[in-house]
Design a protein around this ligand. Structure first.
Ligand code: NAD
Length: 498
């Protein structure tokens, strides 16, 4: 068992709080590392380190900052197999899926390499007599990111790549359940030429998060995790004057219209519903077939596909998905299945009894499929975050649309249809932040922005894409008058453009 460290000022630093959390290898159920949980004093030391390094980094020209990110891409490519193996062991997802996790983060680093262009300001010559106006973007200073367990490579990169590119110093507080990859990425950044102190990883739990939210030198906080914690971080962070964006939980619906290509829809549902054991904020957890005939046909096809899902250890290349992240999370997901039965939903496939031969202590369960789920049930209202797919039957298109719109979460949604009119109407009217048309997991690419609506996000700028540059920098507008010799005398009224 490894004892992990923090990574502060370009060096591994041992935890001194005396508090630790166990991190597991979900495929075997073993504890593989002890994660130090930072005290407020340890967080403060990291922030001071970051603050001391930040102004020189901000003064480094943007092309040089971009070159560090380009070099980071090279070292990440070299380390890809090792990182994917470490990620799969700590998280439980398959190695192929771990590579996807890394790749979707890499794409945001690639986007951030365009920082010389992305940070360009605006200029108006001759806005008045001898007057020019221009705006520039400047970094905020020290900023922080607090990230969840389910994408331990991608989401840290979504946060630190644009922040660092803008000239900030960054404090990353990764999930205490799988911090190995974030720590390794911080080391690789140093190898890529990032000055020490610009990317720091401080491990911890609520105490470390509160230290971030209370620290007067942290200017902005980007959070991703469950909705109750997202709301807490947003409320507390904004109350102490910080710029805060928080992305929370989800309950993503997929509407299947009567004219949909049923083979395509079923493939999409099993992949997006059960991939990564359902532990994705863009997982499809609710299927909404429109009309009885569509529903009966869909369910008939989903049953054998759910029963034949291949569950395996993370290192099994043939597995569809691996174990869940911890025993506690597995117990929670199973308890939701029990609740669904009690609430009167029809459990068509029950994966709770699944055990993995040779890996009996791992956190495995098979796929579960419910039919006749209704909007009043808790299994419909709450995020389960496991391999559980619920079918909610809608009598017509309007009812299906209303289900997606009325749900308190609004992260992602999809419609499967051959009817362009219906798809276009759906995309326009649905109250959800990311929409897929015959695409089940509509995660926008790095140069667009990612973010949900309603209780899936707090704050008004999305992550990655142009919003990430806006979030991690501030605008300054300069009005200048040349030649300075223009004389107009003292003006006592507000200057206007006559
Ligand atoms: P989580 O809310 O338990 O943890 C997220 C972060 O908050 C972690 O760093 C954790 O250490 C910290 N934290 C936990 N409890 C805290 C507390 N009481 N006070 C302060 N900080 C605390 O989330 P998770 O289980 O790691 O991740 C899964 C959740 O993240 C799901 O709800 C999923 O939908 C969501 N998620 C959302 C997005 C998105 O972009 N909307 C993306 C990925 C995951």
């Amino acid at each position: 068992m490894r004892e992990l460290t923090h990574f502060i000022g370009g060096k591994h630093v041992k935890g001194t709080s005396g508090r630790f959390a166990d991190a597991y290898q979900p495929m075997t159920g073993e504890v593989i590392s002890r994660v130090p949980l930072a005290s407020k004093a340890e967080m403060r030391a990291a922030v001071e380190n970051a603050k001391a390094a930040q102004s020189a980094w901000a003064a480094t020209n943007p092309q040089r900052r971009a070159r560090v990110l380009m070099k980071f891409l090279e070292v990440m490519a070299r380390e890809n197999d090792a990182l994917a193996d470490l990620l799969a062991r700590e998280h439980g997802k398959t190695i192929a899926d771990a590579k996807g996790d890394i790749q979707r983060g890499i794409e945001v680093v690639e986007f951030a390499c365009g920082i010389p262009h992305l940070m360009k300001g605006e200029f108006t010559e001759g806005a008045g007599p001898g007057i020019d106006i221009y705006s520039i973007r400047q970094p905020l200073g020290v900023v922080a990111g607090i990230t969840p367990f389910n994408f331990p490579a991608m989401i840290p990169m979504w946060k630190f790549a644009p922040a660092i590119a803008c000239g900030n110093a960054f404090i990353l507080k990764p999930s205490e359940r799988d911090p190995g990859v974030p720590l390794r990425m911080a080391e690789l950044m140093i190898e890529a030429g990032l000055p020490p102190g610009i990317l720091n990883v401080v491990n911890g739990d609520k105490e470390a998060v509160d230290a971030i939210l209370e620290d007067p030198d942290i200017q902005a906080v980007g959070f991703v995790g469950s909705t109750p914690i997202a709301e807490y971080v947003y409320t507390k962070g904004t109350a102490s004057g910080k710029r805060v964006q928080c992305f929370g939980g989800a309950k993503n619906h997929m509407v299947i219209m009567p004219d949909a290509d049923m083979d395509q829809a079923v493939d999409a549902l099993v992949g997006a519903g059960y991939g990564s054991a359902g532990e994705r904020c863009m997982a499809v957890s609710v299927a909404v077939p429109v009309g009885k005939k569509t529903a009966d046909e869909l369910v008939k096809r989903l049953i054998p596909r759910t029963e034949s899902l291949k569950i395996g250890p993370s290192t099994d290349n043939a597995a569809d998905f691996g174990p869940l992240v911890t025993q506690a999370h597995l117990d929670k997901v199973k308890s939701y299945v029990e609740l669904g039965v009690k609430e009167g939903a029809k459990l068509l496939v029950d994966g709770r009894g699944f055990t993995m031969q040779g890996y009996e202590k791992g956190f495995y369960m098979g796929g579960c499929l419910f039919d006749d789920v209704t909007p009043d049930m808790r299994i419909y209202k709450e995020e389960i975050f496991g391999p559980v797919l619920s079918v909610v039957r809608a009598k017509d298109y309007e009812e299906a649309l209303a289900l997606c719109t009325d749900h308190e979460y609004g992260n992602g949604v999809a419609i499967f249809s051959r009817d362009g009119d219906a798809a276009r109407d759906f995309a326009s009217r649905v109250q959800v932040g990311m929409v897929g048309i015959n695409v089940p997991i509509p995660v926008p690419l790095a140069y667009y922005t990612f973010g949900g609506w309603k209780r899936s996000a707090f704050g008004d700028l999305n992550q990655h894409g142009p919003d990430s540059i806006r979030f991690y920098s501030k605008t300054k507008t300069i009005t200048s008058r040349w030649p300075s010799g223009v004389k107009e005398g003292a003006e006592f009224t507000i200057p206007t453009m006559k």
